[in-house]
Design a protein around this ligand. Sequence first.
Ligand code: XIL
Length: 629
Amino acid sequence: MTIKIQKPRFQKSVQYLCGFILTSAAFLTASAQAATCTYTVINEWNTGFQGSITIANNGTTAINGWNVGWQYTSNKITSSWNATLSGSNPYTASSLDWNKTIQPGQSVSFGVQGDKNGGAAEKPVVTGSVCSATTSSASSVASSASSVESSVASSAVSSSVKSSSSVASSVASSTATGQQCNWYGTLYPLCNTTPNGWGYENNKSCIAAVTCSAQPAPYGIVGTVSSVSSAASSRSSSSVASSVKSSSSSVASSSIASSVISSVISSIKSSSSSSKISSSSVASSISGVVSLKALVDFPIGVAVGAGSESDSIINSSTATQQQAIAFQHFSQFTAGNIMKMSYLHPSETSFTFTQADELVAFAAQHGIKIHAHTLIWHSDYQVPNFMKNYTGDFAAMLKTHIQTVTSHFAGKVDSWDVVNEALAEDGDGAAVNGFRNSVFYQKMGLDFIDQAFINARAADPAADLFYNDFNIENGGTKTTNLLALVDGMKTRGVPITGVGFQMHVLLDWPSASTIEAAMKAVADRGLKVKISELDVRVNNKYNSSAPVYTSLTPSVAALQKERYRQIVAAYVKVVPPAQRAGITVWGIWDADSWLNTASEPDWPLLFDINFLPKPALQGFANGLTGSNQ
Ligand code: XIL
């Protein structure tokens, strides 16, 4: 996949600059009631786009209920979130119950996704009775910044990973107010207009006040602190943080609200004096927290629940939060469960595709690809009962399974884990020739693997076909056996495309150099490499002398951030661009991780139990860009 970006032309820059000057003036003379309504293109790809519309209340009285509209020349909307959308060009969007009130100094954003319909991703003017200032200075700054960012990205399009060096430390607008966000010991600017989560304003990543103040003490919004990443300063700021938090749970805390206006004005001043942002400083400040998938041109995936699962990304109480993260950061889904054997083929004569079809369609509608998992897996509860006790022609039965499932999804999924976990663990006493003594191996020997790939290829000529396993990155006998397996398959002409390294790893094991060596050995064989199920547990239950964490302390979060960086960087380092099948995280948020249980709590993913980004997200992004911020 190639990231499509708009190449800003000189004309466009002039247009942005004029808009900027005019709207700066408009903002400065805005009435007490004025809100600014801004349309930002968050992301675009070959055929689609994602837009975000922000209504920022720059007046002095609250807005209670809003309704805004806009019109495209070509684009068409296919879905929206956080607003009720009506019409079909022009479109109107109205508030939902929970976001209808916008206090002075606060803003609300909602999202749309759609088809470009032959045009570019457009940036229409947003109008409405609340939009008296039409386009704010802040949004113009954001627009011009993103256009510069795009031009940088497009010039670097030949490189599959956009380069990133040190972060230019321009003064963030929020610093002028003396308030920043202490995020697990690192200071970030507070956002001026982004209502929730992480934002990107004035050419820098920022954290929304609501998100920042939701952090556990001693972190959160802090007063004037000049040094970044200083443990001492984060400790000394704790009382400020907690007093900000206790004074109000919302951004409407008057000190924050009034500071937003002054900080926007200060951002106008500082931006206008540096309106010629140098390409390199913008490129270097691209942060993964804006969007992981936008940083690279290989898939960045996530495992999701769907169908009747309680964590369904489509229909569950957490669907809205999950979707917001998924659409922003991920370009590929793997079903965490519903495309496994017993879900798709519960009895010999019945195949049940409804749940998987729904997920595949949902993903397609949102421009997200599917890596399908998995056609064969030994795991006891995932082997349909009829297969366990099968007395007929096992090879013929398995062929029907593979071909029926694979042909059903042909053209709709990009790739398959054809065989999952066939190799024995080191030390497995029941192993046969290095293979797990599964029903498949018992019935067919090694041929079950070869035939699975051959039959899958026959039913889907285009999908990439993977062998997927865990602990193959640790350089032990299992790694040796993996290499022998793929060498043998290649020699026998079995159509394997690549190897999926599950990578359910620990903070300190295996070492980065061991992981690198294993992935390189696969890449050296001309195969694609996928990190297919990445998560980083912080508790090591296999080592009784390892520390037991009962919460994600800042120091552990920092170790986890570094671990994510290290693994992602190792992948980018040793897997040549053409062989990068992508990196998938095994779940969106910690509460949903398969490794986080009541008896063994853990925090293995990129977003916390409140769907807030963890330092690990920055670590992942740093691994992609080569940065170390
Ligand atoms: C896990 C799922 O995440 C859990 O929800 C389920 O209870 C068990 O399976 N390796 C794999 C995945 O290949 O399919 C597993 O997924 C995790 C280990």
